[in-house]
Design a protein around this ligand. Structure first.
Ligand code: HMG
Ligand code: MG
Length: 349
């Protein structure tokens, strides 16, 4: 075996953020539990962004509150822990949970609900990591965060300081690390510039996002090499560099193999391949899904590396992810039909 590779499943966040219909907080919590029980190292559970921008994740606070209650429950509590959380606690898994934060407002909301319900002073909060996010493309940054790249970095300063005060790790995402849906190919040096600034701001790790799945093994290699040359090879250790792939053209697995060869040991995937940034697509050309965590893990195992993922439990999580998205899309379609034909019977919310 060639060593351990860290898997972060982002389906509750990237997978659900673009969904037109409602996925209940209870279903999201169950998805997080299934992924944790499947042994993924980390789950990105939600985003503390403006609900006007991303309505699908408007329940970030109730979701993290429910997660805190679930993790705080003991088996002696009335009813104990329901599945899949019981399996999670019965296993050796120690999944970490994180959430996206775009600004100080989001960080304050996160801190307010990221508490252990049993003990206000507890340091074992449900979320142990936050993720700030910017881009290597000015146009995409404007569309995604309504500001320039340098302004996004300025906004992150108080966010990262607050994270430090609350013993939370910070991941810094760079979107459009290969190409931008609006500007086209991105110079690897532009990615390295942003990576360097995120590192200077105090990000413990950097996540390189191929937002639209444009990467080939060659462009992925050029981008990773530029970032490693700028940050130094120590960033290849301790899972400090992550690759976040969308799988538009079916090349993501090849890019994973290239990244493994270059020393990357941390990847994001999304159960069932759900996902896409709402601000990276158009109605004609929707944002593409992430590499499925199933394909990601299979590719890594096939290359002779280990993960802590139980592949049959992961299949169950992916089946559930598919089920809740199918339900939410059917509900959204019925709503649209009811709106265009108010006389017909349809859902009321
Ligand atoms: P803005 O419009 O400039 O914000 O958007 P604003 O400060 O003018 O505030 C507008 C309204 O939002 C105000 O409310 C604020 O209070 C509220 P109003 O007064 O109108 O009622 N607001 C907030 N509410 C809740 N939580 C907050 C928050 N901040 C402001 N944190 C803003 C700026 C950052 C808010 C907006 O651009 C935003 O929310 N963007 C999020 C975009 C997003 O989530 N994109 C998807 C994630 S990134 C991604 O998918 C890529 C990735 O997967 C990697 C890859 O694939 O490349 C990570
Ligand atoms: Mg993404």
């Amino acid at each position: 075996m060639n060593g351990h590779v860290r898997i972060t499943d982002v389906s509750p966040r990237d997978g659900l953020q673009n969904e037109p219909g409602v996925v209940s907080t209870a279903d999201k919590l169950r998805l997080v539990g299934l992924l944790a029980a499947a042994g993924v190292d980390e789950v990105e559970v939600t985003s503390f962004v403006s609900p006007k921008w991303v309505p699908a994740l408007a329940d970030a606070t109730p979701l993290v509150t429910a997660l805190a209650e679930m993790l705080g429950r003991s088996d002696e509590d009335v009813g104990g822990r329901p599945e899949p959380w019981r399996s999670y606690f019965d296993s050796d898994a120690a999944c970490k949970f994180s959430a996206l934060v775009p600004n100080q407002r989001g960080m304050e909301s996160l801190i307010a609900c990221n508490v252990d319900p049993r003990d206000e002073d507890a340091v074992a909060t449900p979320l142990s990591k936050i993720a700030v996010f910017t881009a290597a493309s000015e146009t995409f940054c404007q569309k995604n965060l309504a500001c320039a790249i340098h302004e996004s970095l300025t906004r992150f300063k108080p966010v990262i300081a607050l994270a430090g005060q609350h013993q939370l790790f910070t991941r810094g995402y760079i979107s459009c690390a290969i190409a931008c849906p609006f500007e086209g190919p991105i110079n690897p040096n532009a990615v390295a510039d942003v990576a360097e600034q995120l590192a200077e701001l105090g990000c413990a790790e950097i996540d390189l996002g191929d937002t639209i799945g444009a990467g080939t093994p060659e462009t992925t290699r050029a981008m990773i090499e530029a970032v490693v040359a700028r940050l130094g090879p120590k960033w290849l250790r301790d899972y400090r560099l992550t690759l976040h792939l969308h799988d538009t053209f079916g090349r993501a697995a090849d890019c994973v193999r290239t990244a493994l060869y270059l020393g990357i040991r941390s990847f994001d995937g999304s159960a069932a391949g759900l996902g896409g940034c709402p601000f990276a697509g158009t109605p004609e050309k929707p944002a593409p899904g992430n590499i499925s965590t199933e394909l990601l893990v299979q590719t890594i195992h096939d290359e002779g590396y280990e993960t802590s993922v139980n592949t049959s439990a992961l299949k169950q999580a992916a089946a559930f992810a598919r089920e809740i998205v199918t339900k939410s899309r059917a509900h959204a379609a019925a709503l649209r039909a009811a709106q265009s034909n108010p006389a017909a019977e349809g859902p009321t919310a």
